[in-house]
Design a binder for this molecule. Structure first.
Ligand code: SF4
Length: 432
């Protein structure tokens, strides 16, 4: 019986393709946005943004119509004050946190999330987090990270949040740590439904030492050891990966689990860690592969030969472009990403059609000119650009939807394709 050997695309595609790097005005959300999906994922965590009224508006409007009896995020508004007022600021923060934790015994993990205003930048949130952690130990752990628009874009908020948790991950107990068998850590917030589907597939392949990070509850933080290998489920986790490697973990390289091909290659990388037999892998994955292929086929008919232009937003752009071009036959006018991590995206870039125009960062006016010149059938962009482009007659897809919707894995491949057919059909109806 032969074990699964992950298929490593040997270069080619866009591996060495030139990238247009732009450092001009950009139109992207800040990292606070990540709170919207992270608070759903870690069910006993609370996110306290230390920020301004703008930050409070942003997370309220990004949260849309969600109404909670007991919300799990809030903003502590820090008004303008001079340096002498900083001591009061710390006292005020302590008071807000104390009140919150007294009122909410369900909170086990509290994140102090930094933001842009200069008053917040002057505050030492990591010191505040240590001080409050000591005060509320062991009932609540307090951590901090920055979601500031100066330091982070959109999905980098999740990266900063997970990176802040890595140093707190427990070590495997000694008996397990010295066990030469590997364990796998799947890294990146996935919708629970997707995580459950992957868990079932791992179980069917006999992979019993798999953990997910972030966990659903803070008291179930994954334990790691010298034989733990990590596999990224999201492409925007640069700092988290660095922090895991600083703790001795090695990365299993793979494309990301979008579409049939991406999901299969990603699962192969996971299976290879455990030396799963190829026949076992095929048996476990072929029903899902087949269902996904059928689900995608009807979308392929509608999307084939249509062109798509990606503005940089979520860092999911390269894996999405790979899926759209290879499985749905779409043409790639431009694939823009806020940050192109050559190493983490190596397997993706190798699969992109040669000659795909790639860009990193943004100079929004120039990019808009390129987009108008290309006249793509569909534009993937942030909310700020979507309305003006629609007014110019273009069809748009909000990139934020691709982060909020479960799109990974076989069972979601058809839904992912549909996210692109729907706006095109809506436009056809409007024009008809
Ligand atoms: Fe707050 Fe800065 Fe984000 Fe604006 S960009 S919402 S000020 S963190």
């Amino acid at each position: 019986m032969s074990p699964v050997i992950p298929i490593r695309p040997a270069g080619g595609g866009c591996t060495d393709a030139p990238v247009l790097r732009e450092r001009g005005q950009r139109e992207v959300f800040c990292g606070l946005t990540g709170i919207i999906w992270l608070h759903r994922k870690i069910q006993d965590a609370f996110f306290l943004v230390v920020g301004s009224r703008t930050c409070a508006h942003l997370i309220q409007s990004a949260a849309g119509v969600m109404i909670f009896a007991e919300p799990r995020f809030a903003t502590a508004i820090i008004d303008e004050r001079d340096l002498a007022g900083l001591a009061d600021c710390n006292d005020e923060l302590d008071r807000v946190v104390t009140r919150l934790l007294e009122r909410r015994p369900d909170i086990k993990l509290l994140f102090l999330v930094g933001s842009c205003p200069s008053e917040v930048i002057k505050l030492d949130l990591s010191r505040a987090a240590s001080r409050l952690s000591r005060q509320f130990m062991p009932r609540v752990q307090v951590l901090n990270y920055s979601g500031s628009g100066i330091e982070t874009t959109f999905t980098q908020g999740e990266d900063a949040c997970l990176a802040a948790m890595v140093p707190t991950l427990p070590e495997l107990p000694e008996a397990l740590a010295t066990d030469p068998r590997p364990s796998l850590l799947v890294v990146g917030a996935l919708a629970d439904v997707v995580e459950d589907q992957f868990s079932r597939l791992f179980q069917q392949m006999g992979m019993d030492r798999v953990q997910f990070f972030p966990p659903r509850h803070s008291d179930r933080m994954p334990a790691i050891g010298p034989n733990t290998v990590y596999l990224l489920a999201q492409p925007f986790l640069t700092d988290t990966a660095r922090a895991l490697e600083a703790r001795g973990l090695k990365r299993a390289a793979a494309p990301f689990p979008l579409g049939v091909e991406g999901t299969t290659l990603w699962l192969q990388a996971a299976a290879a860690v455990f030396g799963v037999e190829a026949a076992v892998f095929d048996r476990a994955t072929s029903p899902g592969r087949e269902r996904a292929r059928v689900a995608i086929t009807r979308h392929r008919e509608r999307l084939q030969q249509r062109s798509v232009f990606f503005f940089p937003d979520s860092q999911l752009e390269v894996p999405l472009a790979r899926f759209l071009s290879r499985e749905l036959g779409m043409q790639l006018s431009e694939v823009g990403s806020p940050y192109l991590h050559r190493q983490h995206l190596a397997e993706e870039l190798a699969l992109l059609p040669e000659g795909t125009p790639l860009s990193e960062g943004q100079d929004v006016e120039r990019q808009l000119d390129r987009c108008r010149a290309a006249q793509p059938d569909i534009v993937v962009c942030g909310l700020g650009l979507a309305n003006p482009l629609e007014a110019e007659g273009m069809t748009t897809k909000w990139s934020i939807e691709l982060v909020f919707t479960p799109i990974q894995g076989y069972e979601q491949a058809g839904d992912l394709a549909e996210l692109f057919t729907r706006p095109l059909e809506r436009r056809t109806r409007l024009v008809a």
